[in-house]
Design a protein around this ligand. Structure first.
Ligand code: UN1
Length: 496
């Protein structure tokens, strides 16, 4: 563990030398490491270093840049187990999920390496026979990458690898909850032979590091995954700078619609995974299960019975399904919304919340909270993101009503339709507002080569996969005269 920032190819402490500790959310007494608590001056140095490295990096062939990403993949693969264990210990994700996080990052890097040999422009027709016309991509410059703790490995790779492939240079600020995973990523890129300054790391908090990275005049693009509140501030700040672009992936209040003809066993399994994987802390987690009223009773019974069997505990234990939530604030937030559901008249089907006894004493553990909300569609708890193991069952009578309930939130990220009928699924696909949709599947489980991002308050600016290549590049027209002359227009006076 270095416990340092990485700027211009050197591991350095924060100016002034302040540090903070990264702790294990399952064992809060366990300090995993110490990292710099950086400030604006550290960001300044990192941006200068990225700016200086840009001309040489963009001048390399795209395939050469892709090969650096390939070497990164080889290095990560060789240490994948160790990386997954660090993800589990620092983010509190169950070990099998931590492995999946690492694999998802590998997949994105592999996809971007493959992309290196794919077309990066187009040949287009011209109105004039003597002209050839092209669209070419050019990198934009310095990209800020600001990422969350819930996919501490995969999401940084989602954002860093397309930026680097296209010839941009990057300043990376991982979540302050998972700085050591962030450090490991950068270490692997260093070992892969990235030239100094191409990828820089600055550890620290949102206001002192994240915000300066957003407003810095030499940053061309801001890539962010996190809350709506922060994403909205970023978008407003970028709008004030005429040349700055951002892509933000933000919150969700995702739903499954479970229809009259649903396969019950499939619906229950999909709902358990959607609501409780990662302890409900994915932006794609489902917190609303919209169920045909005549299937409500049998679904609720089977769903609650399975939720009771969820094993909660140490993320390193192979048998554990759900680890802790990330921190004290998250425990409090889950507790607040569980109580709010009660205050707003919910029928509690499984009362859950903070676990404090025995093995749970030293971590931020919460058990599943499940409730039925039949009448109060305007209840606040049905509209706000909780980011924890908290899920509402909401009955509907007609498909029109199901769609209306589904769309009656300000978010639109992940959606799943559970039905055996093609026409019903087609109707829901068309009418529901979402960015990542599924039929007879959980709301989680995105694949790296598919577009990923939300509508409404869930996302802006094509935040992942191949659409992101457009965000980090300019598309320029390049038109060539292969004729021998340029015909002059009329209106020239006679030679003098
Ligand atoms: C997120 O939680 O920010 O679809 C992304 C999924 C993941 C992505 C989640 N692969 O569940």
């Amino acid at each position: 563990m270095k416990g340092k920032n990485y700027i211009a190819g050197k591991w350095v402490g924060a100016r002034g030398g302040s540090e903070y500790e990264s702790r294990n959310p399952a064992q809060t007494g366990e300090i995993l490491g110490r990292v710099p608590l950086s400030h604006r001056e550290d960001v300044e140095q990192a941006v200068v270093s990225a700016k200086e490295a840009f001309p040489a990096w963009r001048a390399l062939s795209r395939i050469k840049r892709g090969e650096a990403i390939e070497r990164f993949v080889d290095i990560v693969k060789a240490g994948a187990d160790e990386m997954a264990r660090l993800v589990a210990r620092e983010a509190g994700k169950a070990i099998n999920e931590a492995r999946a996080d690492v694999i998802e990052g590998i997949h994105m890097a592999q996809y971007m390496f493959g992309h290196a040999r794919m077309p990066y422009g187009q040949a287009l027709p011209s109105e004039i026979a003597e002209k050839d016309a092209y669209m070419l991509r050019k990198p934009k410059g310095v990209v800020s990458v600001i990422t969350p703790w819930n996919f501490p490995f995969a999401i940084p790779i989602w954002l860093i690898s397309p930026s680097l492939l296209e010839g941009n240079t990057v300043v990376f600020k991982p979540s302050e909850e998972t700085p050591l995973v962030g450090e490991k990523i950068v270490e692997c890129f260093e070992r892969a032979g990235l030239p100094p300054g191409v990828l820089n790391l600055v550890q620290g908090m949102g206001e002192e590091v994240g915000w300066p990275l957003v407003v810095h005049p030499d940053v061309e693009v801001v890539l962010f995954t996190g809350s709506y509140e922060v994403g909205a501030r970023i978008k407003q700040a970028c709008a004030k700078d005429y040349r700055k672009m951002c892509a933000c992936e933000m919150g969700g209040k995702n739903a499954m619609i479970i229809c009259l003809d649903a396969d019950l066993e499939l619906a229950v399994r999909a709902a358990i995974l959607s609501a409780f994987k990662t302890a409900g802390q994915r932006c794609t987690s489902a917190s609303r299960l919209i169920i045909h009223e005549s299937r409500m009773k049998e679904f609720a019974q089977a769903f609650v019975a399975m939720a009771k069997r969820i094993v909660i505990g140490d993320p390193m234990d192979q048998q554990v399904f759900m680890g802790p939530v990330i921190n004290e604030a998250a425990v409090k937030k889950v507790g607040f919304y569980n109580q709010l559901a009660k205050n707003e008249g919910a029928e509690i089907l499984l009362d859950g919340g903070r676990l404090e006894e025995g093995e749970y004493r030293n971590g931020y553990f919460c058990s599943p909270f499940i409730y039925r909300m039949a009448h109060r569609r305007d209840a606040r708890v049905l509209h706000e993101e909780v980011f924890g193991p908290h899920v509402a069952l909401i009955p509907f009578r007609s498909l029109e009503e199901a769609v209306a309930i589904h769309n009656d939130v300000e978010y639109g990220l992940a959606f799943s339709a559970i039905t055996e009928d093609y026409r019903t699924a087609r109707l829901l696909q068309e009418a529901c507002e979402f960015g990542v949709g599924y039929w007879n599947l959980p709301t989680i489980g995105a694949e790296v080569h598919l577009p990923f991002g939300g509508v409404k308050k869930s996302g802006t600016g094509m935040p992942a996969s191949w659409p992101l290549l457009d965000v980090v590049t300019h598309k320029v027209a390049w038109t060539v005269n292969h004729g021998r002359e340029i015909k002059m227009a009329q209106g020239m006076s006679a030679e003098v």
